[in-house]
Design a protein around this ligand. Sequence first.
Ligand code: SF4
Length: 635
Amino acid sequence: MSIVTACSQDCPDACSLVVERTGEGRARIRGNPDHPFTRGFCCAKLKAWERRLRSPSRITSPLRRTRGGFRPIGWEEALAVAAEKIQALRDRPGAILHLDSSGNCGIALHVVQHFFNRLGACRAGGSLCAEAGKQAAIADFGALDHNRPEDLLNAKWIVDWGRDLARTSIHQLALVQQARKRGARVMTVSPGGDGSEAWSDETIRIRPGQDRFLAAAVLHAIDAAGRVSPALLDRAVGWERLGALLRGGDPAFWERQGGFAPQDVRRLAAIYGDAAQPVSTLVGWGLQRYRHGGENVRFIDALAVAAGQVGRPGAGVYYIVSTTRFLDLSWKAPLAAGLPGRFFKPTIGRDLLTADPPVALVWVNGSNPVNQSPDAEGVARALRQVPFKVVVDAFLTDTAELADLVLPCALNLEQETLVPSFFHDVLNYARPVFPAPEGVRTDAWIAAEVGRRLSPPVEVPSIEEAIRLSLPGGPERLSELRERGFIEVRRPQVAWEGFRFAHPDGKYRFPAEGPQADPPPPPGYPLTLLSLVRKEATHSQILPEEQRGPCRAFLAPESPAWADFDPRKPVFLASPQGRLAVAVAPLQGLHPEAVVVRRGGWMKLGCGVNRLIEDAATDLGPNAAFYSQPVRLEN
Ligand code: SF4
């Protein structure tokens, strides 16, 4: 028997899945062939998902902290303790901090937020991931939007500007490959080492994080060639100023900053400047993680728009769209007034330590802030001084280790939920296909049960109710969602058609300043640390039993940094924040000033690369500037 369900991982592809039981009591998981974006395949992470569900490391009963560690307790006791601690803060709910993230991207995220918003608790603003890029896109276009994904097939050129398609979106990669078969060509711009040569016709290797200089140089070249789209300039604000700034700029300085050659600029100018050939630009999801991350995105947007490469079939800039854009979340209580602005995810350790009034209770779900935040040791220190911490998780993560109460939760494919995407236009329905271990509960159930025990109680909608209330189109669509496993939300094929943008005057906004240079790194730290996504796991969702050996660091074979250490002795990756034992391996194609570590390894198991990263914020956002960390390799 096969069951249609959906994946709720933090992944743009938001797959619809078909799960079939095999004779041996196991299950075969594959992509739903009827789903317009999933198109019959899914990634290796989900094919091996049962390993995670059945892991011996899973927590299967609530845990209460004792002097020496934890003791298992029953749910009645756990819920009573959680309710008692929250009840004691009912008259000062600002002392409660709710920390969540995208550990599970289904509707439960909003159900739990509703509970804490009703209490009047604080939440952390900003983002560990994409906020700088989102704010950049909103500053430029007025809102988040992009052409429908399948419009990539109308492009003559696809410029993959920093998106590691093989590790972040295998379904976009499939579309890119299909477009190539139809005659499109692909240019990839990245610091290299990502394997993109396999699907690229041409590549440009850039110094990590300096993309804005390349985009500015190409924009300058297009302007000099008289190829800035006249139709667009009537529909934009700020070109006169930016154009003048670029004309007065120093192309040689931009080349040095970006580490690119004049022919790279000419090549990209030829691609973008040919109005007869539609160009689709995939703006990378790591570009915003640099100190000038917002600017990186803004200059790439500006280049595509000035060249007229938006607003028509095959020509568009793809970044991120809001996961909630099709949902009616009017049922959800808003965040209490006056609370935003106290806590930010990129600086959460510092913010907790300096909070006035101090935080008395932290509730963490769908998130592993100790592992995933910059200055990981600082975040751990800050959490330790909070009087009571509740962590809802399935494993004893770096964050759960610090909890006073651990509440074990159900995982992806063990629960009903509605899953939107931040890239495509289909809403998926997930029904539970694996029984959750006895002793674990869903995040939403936990919030509802704690709410029921409060006086006065706080009502929390069930998942079924939340889906019904959130779904566009009324009850018929709910039946369709349940029957098919997904519904498509129709919207225009092309975003910004006729160069009509979402700012109140309908016009595009160019950046008001030229590209800014980074401050020089501290002496003795010649490398830039790129803590990139891994293919086989999402964030820190790596089974502890599969984390063996030291953290691996990758360096270009020609990097001068090989001379800084003796590989026969223990090697450390060091920043001004600390150091981490690593095993160094060569990575062909990587920029020689970069060192790559795949993020998510656990601190308590000897990895945890975020302990090396300063809690600096990006120019827009706030977003954590993970990729602007200077480091060195040493013995
Ligand atoms: S992680 Fe992404 S690609 Fe993999 S199954 Fe889930 S949604 Fe699909």
